[in-house]
Design a protein around this ligand. Structure first.
Ligand code: OKP
Ligand code: ZN
Length: 342
């Protein structure tokens, strides 16, 4: 399996995140992607290739122009005010207000985010632009290959069409899925196995029947992102029935997790997609520092085998995983498991 990778991910390295009321070093850091790359090399998964530049157009197929334009100019507006710390929002619209975009930079930061978990640095846009190109380039590989791995960092699945949050800025998996449709796929399935619900992905495809979204994650009643991911969220209008959530309790281990996977894979197979995109978070790992599932190293091999057994053209897009020492082995186990089924 080929891996697409760019070292531009290093251009996003924020200084701190707010955790339990305290500013702490970011869990989402460059070492994560370094570890995954090192394990791809060690396991000899396949060639590692740089992304091609597909430009902004395929990003703007998923994200609004208003959001992208804001993002691109955000840091220079901030710096022009004499500010040099990472940008973080501090105010959001409450319920029952007319959503209108303020003029002020701090107001706009709140308008284009849903939490304070996505700091913008001077070079964040460059990093996430490259990350989206990694996803697009790996998606393009599916023209000739059965499987491909987009080693994206930072993750993307919490980002919606016009908001960032939860370490996410551009929804790499959604951008890849849309590009597969634009290249001729009639239906794409997107399965999110990250510990956290992919609220941005769900939102992006909420009204649409051409992308089936399934997500296995910690129950939002007790876990981030809290406001989406419940089992009764199934899409609306023409999208009704094309969104499937599998919320599971904290402490879930492979036995129960894999039952949800089995059902999700049954739903995916029934949809008969032309391609499958996996939002590959490995923060389901027992040793993850911010998560509460109990998957073990070998479980990721089984996960990959079961995904691979669908024998669909499959794109794996890296999302979360914060146990840095183990992130590489766990992610590559999924890929190796899938590759044996090819
Ligand atoms: C991004 B992805 C921990 C707070 C965590 C944000 C989590 C974002 C996860 N006390 N808040 O889904 O892996
Ligand atoms: Zn996660």
């Amino acid at each position: 399996m080929k891996t697409v990778y760019s070292e531009d991910h290093r251009l996003h390295h924020a200084s701190a995140e707010l955790n339990d009321g305290e500013m702490m070093p970011c869990f989402e850091k460059p070492a994560r992607a370094d570890q995954v790359l090192a394990e791809v090399e060690r396991a000899e998964l396949g060639p590692i290739i740089p992304p091609d530049d597909h430009g902004e157009a395929p990003i703007r197929r998923v994200h609004t122009d208003q959001y992208i334009d804001f993002f691109q100019s955000a840091w220079s507006r901030w710096a022009d005010l004499g500010r040099s710390n990472d940008m973080l929002p501090l105010a959001w619209p409450p319920r029952r207000v007319q959503p209108r975009c303020p003029q002020d930079i701090d107001g706009q930061l709140g308008y284009f985010s849903f939490d304070a978990g996505a700091p913008i640095t001077a070079t964040t846009w460059q990093a996430v632009y490259s990350g989206a190109q990694v996803a697009l380039s790996a998606a393009a590989l599916l023209q000739h290959e059965r499987q491909a791995f987009a080693l994206c960092r930072p993750p993307g699945h919490h980002a919606g069409a016009d908001y960032m949050g939860g370490y996410c800025y551009l929804n790499n998996a959604a951008i890849a899925a849309q590009s597969l449709l634009d290249q001729g796929a009639r239906r794409v399935a997107l399965l999110d196995v990250d510990y956290h619900h992919g609220n941005g992905t769900q939102d992006i495809f909420w009204t649409r029947p051409d992308v089936l979204v399934a997500s296995i994650h910690a129950d939002p009643r007790v876990e981030y992102p809290f406001f989406a991911g419940h089992a009764d969220e199934r899409g609306v209008g023409t999208g009704e029935g094309f969104n499937h959530n599998y919320p599971l309790p904290p402490g879930t281990a492979w036995a129960a997790w894999s039952q949800a996977l089995q059902d999700a894979l049954r739903v995916v197979a029934g949809y008969a997609p032309d391609a499958l995109v996996i939002s590959l978070g490995v923060d389901t790992f027992s040793g993850d520092p911010i998560s509460q599932f109990r998957l073990q190293g070998d479980d990721y091999l089984r996960m990959g085998e079961q995904i691979g057994a669908l024998r669909l053209p499959t794109l794996f897009v890296m999302e979360g995983g914060y146990a840095v020492a183990e992130i590489g082995l766990n992610a590559v186990n999924v890929l190796r498991g899938a590759a044996t089924q090819k």
